[in-house]
Each structure stands twice: as structure tokens, then as C-alpha cells.
Design a protein around this ligand. Sequence first.
Ligand code: MG
Length: 450
Amino acid sequence: MKGTELSAARITAVDTYDIRFPTSRELDGSDAMNPDPDYSAAYVVLRTSAADGHEGHGFTFTIGRGNDVQVAAIDALAPYVVGRSVAELTADPGALSHTLIGDSQLRWLGPEKGAMHMAIGAVVNAVWDLAAKREGKPLWQLLADADPQWLVSQVDFRYIGDALTPDEALDLLTKGKQGARERATDLLRRGYPAYTTSPGWLGYSDEKLTRLAKEAVADGFTQIKLKVGADLQDDVRRCRTARAAIGPDIRMAIDANQRWDVAEAITWTNALAEYDPYWIEEPTSPDDILGHAAVRRGVHPVKVATGEHVQNRIVFKQLLQAGAIDVLQLDSARVAGVNENLAILLLAAKFGIPVCPHAGGVGLCELVQHLSMFDYVALSGTTDDRVIEYVDHLHQHFLAPVVIDQGHYKAPVEPGFSATMRQSSLDTYRYPDGVFWAADLEASNPEARA
Ligand SMILES: [Mg+2]
């Protein structure tokens, strides 16, 4: 009876929300390219007729204006999802991903990049959230327990077959199963290593930088990150200040958020080299594969990292083939969701490059922890030189927020993808008619009141 009921269950609605947080007022998240971000989520809820009451939640991250464009992009995909069988959808999210990427008219807006591709990521991630809730497992565990053959079936090898074949992927995933049970136990006990960006925002004073950097070390972090790229003399002073605060043994990454041309990236990074930066992140355009390779040659031994704006598996493939990066920073909500991130994790494993995911924003920590934890338990099998970015912002809006303990992400145990926001947060920060924004807009323009 229950089985019949579940197999008949359908997706009844794809509800979207434009959620914006007024973070620009505190300079949280300020960097050389993004001086005043309002951290935002184009948020989607898949509702179903299933008696189990589970919903699928997903989102993409934006920094304010344009979140409405992102919501419209998700709305454009709804006809592919509404009315679908819940059981079929969650048994094969890759089939939906393939269909969404293949819409010939929407594909023209990319292909496989930009707002449409991020919208596909939100919907596909919501399906994975629903699948994990129905299985009663956190997503990392659902992936780690999955049959390698099935995982391979979830990857789109189009355009990456010259770097990674399905047979190679199967081999990597089969090898990844060896010792997986012990690593899952270890993960639940120890967590997954994190680093923190919280001390290093560009808008913070030297006093705040020093205080937060010392707190980070006291809290057990072994790596921090500083934003750079606006003013060289400021960067020299801030790197010296941070290095003095953390001592010689803590890693200090720097992040230019695409501020430089190639030659400038090399000179600027080398000018900071005496403070021993561990990696330079996003030195230049995320589309410039050969430029990253040149930067890497020019700043050695400083490592080169990128990925938060890399738009798909094909660009990651080329960064790896060109020897352009030392560290791959995938993002849970930039590409087309879990399926494409599986492809990217497999490419990184094939090339032996560590994955240190981008996170922060709103909800990106919550999502991406699952991908790294799966990678540790059942793919690369290691956390050596691997850390997930952590930023202490906006976690309170999630039903199951990340938990950081002694510089590690604790493994989530709640079923799902940790994507579900509190209803009160949705009601307060929905733009422009949520409680916060309605009051704020009225205060800034009282005459507009109807
Ligand atoms: Mg960054």
C-alpha cells in the first residue's frame, strides 16, 4: 500500500523565492571586485503529493541585484519538473539534469554557463535533497553508499571524454570503496578540515583583522584567507599584520577575486611572497585557462587556486589539462548541481589535484560539505591538503546549519542536502515584500506607500 502510494506520488509545485540579506551594510563579504554584496539566494522548493511529506530544497547564490533574474531562470525550468513521478525523479537525477541542459531554446543562453546553468543547479540540487530525505541519509552518505556503476551513470561525459572515460571513472569509484567504511567512521568522529575567510575581508580594519586572525588560530583553524587586490601597499601591510598574528606555521591563502591581468597577477603576488602566502586564488578571469597556467609558472612556489566562478566541467577539464591550477575550488551552486560536481570531483581525482571547495555566501557551506565528505569517504580517500572554506555568516537561517568544531566541519547526520531554510527567514528576507525589506523600502521612501 505504502509502495503504491509512493510510486504514484508526483511533484505538485516548484515554488521559488527571491531571498536577500542586507550584508552590504556590515562590509561582510567585501573584496576587491565585490565591495557591497547583499548575500542572496534564488531559492526553490519542490513540493510533492507523497504521504511522507518530504520536500526538495535547493538554491543558487547571488550577491543581490540579479537574484530576480536567477529566480526567473528557475521558473523557466518548472514545466520539466511539475507532474513528474517523485520515485523516478529521485532514482535518476542525472536524467533530469540531461533534459534541463538539453532544452534547445534555453541552451542558447549558455550553453552550460551563466544564469540558466545555475538555475539547473538549483533544481537538480533540490532533487538530490529530496532523494536523500527519502533515503533517510545525509547526501554525503547517500553518495558514499551508492553503487559505483550508478554513480558513473549520473555523470555527463560529453565534452570531457578526452580527459576522463566512464571506465576510468568506474575504476576510481571502485577503488574509492576500499576502506570507505573506516573513513566514514573517522569522518563522523573527526569531521572534515576547514579554513576560515572571516578575518580577511577587505573592508575590515587592521585591528579587526588581527583579532579575528588570532581567534581563528585559537579556534583550531590551520589556514586563514585574506582578500587582496585593491591596493598593493594596503595588501603588504595586511599580509604582514595577518602573518604576525598567526605566526609562521598557519597557512595564509590570498584571494584577488579576478582583479588582475596576467602580468599584474604575477608581480602583485610576488610582491606579497615574503609573507608566505599558501595560494593565490582567482588571480585573473576564471575563463582564462592559459592565463592561469602562466600565473602558476610565474608565482611558484605560491600555489594557484580557482573555481568558484568556473562555469562548468569543461573549463575545469582544461585547467587540469593545461597544468594551470594546484588547487581546485568547486562550488556547490555554480555548475549544474551534484551531477556535474561528480564529474568535477572525478576529474580532480584523475589528475591528482586536491579539491578545496568555495563556500561562504549564504548556504554554500551547508551544501558543499556533503561533496567533500563523499570525496573523502568514497573517492579520493584523503583529506591531505584539502580544506573546505568556512565563513561564519547567515548559518542561523538554516534548519540544519553547519557545525564547526576545532577547525573541522562536523559530518551532518540529518537526512538531505542541508539546504532547507527556516520559514521565518524566508518570510522576513523575501525581496521586496518580506517583513525586513517592506519596512526598509518604506523607510527609505515613505512617499511610495500606496
Ligand atoms: Mg574566493
